[in-house]
Write a protein that binds this ligand. Structure first.
Ligand SMILES: *Cc1c(COP(=O)(O)O)cnc(C)c1O
Length: 414
């Protein structure tokens, strides 16, 4: 493909999603390709934070738990998030962190599987985001009932890793490094054939790609709101328990927010009916409130339109890098096949960390993941085709001039 910057300007002018960029505060001179790690700030978030702090907290004080709807917020925001992942109202709560929600979902799945003591294996990928593996290991060790975490090295090994001993297939839908996207329906069906439950992590999927949890017959899911959903740094995550599992769903973090009657102050725990039993305790209200500002932007479009633009952006980026940076030791690790691609693109380079630092110094913000992976996130709500062009032009200049410091010092976060 031979594209020009003029072509990109024309594509932006014809892009029906382009006006949504206006909903975001992005600094001038920055091409932000890291919305897969921390979404940009919706402009409305500043006013919303001020409202929560000044009026709801400052003026209305504790009455805001009722009058401002603080207490219902995990469920209300869950209902608003649900359509983005193919869930129904009453099946999602926004709460806690992805790691903690994974613990709850896995514990709930293992409790259902406890009827068959042979089912001790949690099958997942070695390339999964580490916290997912760590949480599965921690839960297994703490249960002390012989659970094990079985790691596979490629998606092709998943079928052979499932068997009569498998309790749970735990997968992240879109891989955080490569951007590879699993076939959720096919792998869930495979897990079910072996009597296993399928738990899906949607951290790089929610708000990035269309997800149909019910269509795929998935069993449990968790995900982030601070990535593609633009909820803000450290914004609470979400957990999905479908209606069909809610009656059997128990989780060990049985805090008072999951109680049937929290303000009865009963001396023993009785879970509430429905998704509320996935809650534990009091939430960070300011941060939680800001999640809604991101969801408000999604309400102005739909995942099909976002997916079409996401694929167009990632196709363009891959094509431009391969055309303009040919001859440099870059290797695409993201699937070319649309059905297997999420919304970020990763290239390896032997000096990936140094090259990414040079890009960031020139206003192109992506990030770096071991080993050697430069990661570029494309968020169709606010990324333009012209930005893709400009980012590749800057990358080309850095590579052609070898304008990167191979001894660049590393920050705590890469
Ligand atoms: C980002 C990410 C997380 C983050 O977990 P936290 O508990 O929110 O820090 C978890 N899993 C995956 C797959 C991720 O990409």
């Amino acid at each position: 493909m031979h594209s020009s910057r003029t072509d990109c300007l024309a594509r932006d002018a014809a892009d029906p999603l382009a006006p949504l960029r206006d909903a975001f505060a992005l600094p001038a001179g920055v091409i932000y390709l890291d919305g897969n790690s921390l979404g940009a700030r919706p402009k409305a978030a500043a006013a919303r934070a001020a409202e929560v702090i000044e009026r709801e907290w400052g003026n209305d004080l504790i009455t805001s738990w009722n009058t401002a709807g603080w207490f219902d917020m995990p469920k209300r925001l869950g209902d608003r998030l649900a359509p983005l992942v193919g869930a129904q109202a009453g099946e999602v709560v926004v709460t806690d962190t992805t790691s903690i929600n994974l613990f709850k979902a896995l514990a709930g799945a293992l409790a259902i599987q406890a009827a068959d003591p042979r089912r001790v294996a949690i099958v997942t990928e070695r390339s999964n985001f580490p916290t997912d593996i760590y949480m599965a290991e921690g839960l297994s060790a703490w249960l002390a009932r012989g659970h094990t975490v079985r790691l596979v090295d490629s998606p092709g090994e998943i079928p052979a890793a499932l068997g009569d001993d498998t309790a749970v297939l735990l997968l992240t839908h879109v891989n955080y490094r490569t951007g590879h996207m699993h076939d959720m329906a096919a792998l869930t069906a495979l897990a079910h054939q072996h009597g296993a439950l399928a738990v899906w992590d949607l951290a790089h999927s929610a708000g990035a790609v269309p997800v149909d949890l019910h269509g795929a017959q998935a069993d449990f899911a968790v995900g982030c709101t601070y990535k593609y959903l633009n909820g803000g740094p450290g914004a609470p995550a979400f957990i999905w328990v479908p209606a069909r599992h809610q009656g059997a769903f128990t989780q060990p973090l049985s805090g008072w927010w999951g109680h049937a009657t929290p303000f009865a102050m009963a001396p023993s725990f009785a879970p509430c009916a429905g998704i509320g039993r996935a809650l534990c305790g009091t939430q960070p209200v300011v941060s939680l409130a800001l999640v809604e500002c991101g969801l408000d932007v999604f309400a102005q479009t739909d995942m099909a339109a976002l997916r079409a633009k996401s694929l167009a952006l990632t196709d363009l980026f891959i094509a431009l890098v391969e055309e303009h940076c040919a001859g440099h030791p870059l290797e695409l690790v993201t699937p070319r096949e649309h059905a297997r691609r999420g919304s970020h693109v990763s290239f390896t380079h032997p000096h990936g960390y140094a090259v990414m630092q040079a890009l960031i110094a020139r206003g192109v913000i992506g990030d770096y993941r071991e080993p050697h992976i430069m990661r570029f996130g494309f968020t169709p709500l606010y990324t333009s085709f012209t930005e893709v062009w400009d980012a590749v032009a800057i990358l080309k200049r850095i590579l052609d001039d070898a304008a990167y410091d191979v001894n660049a010092a590393r920050g705590a976060v890469t």
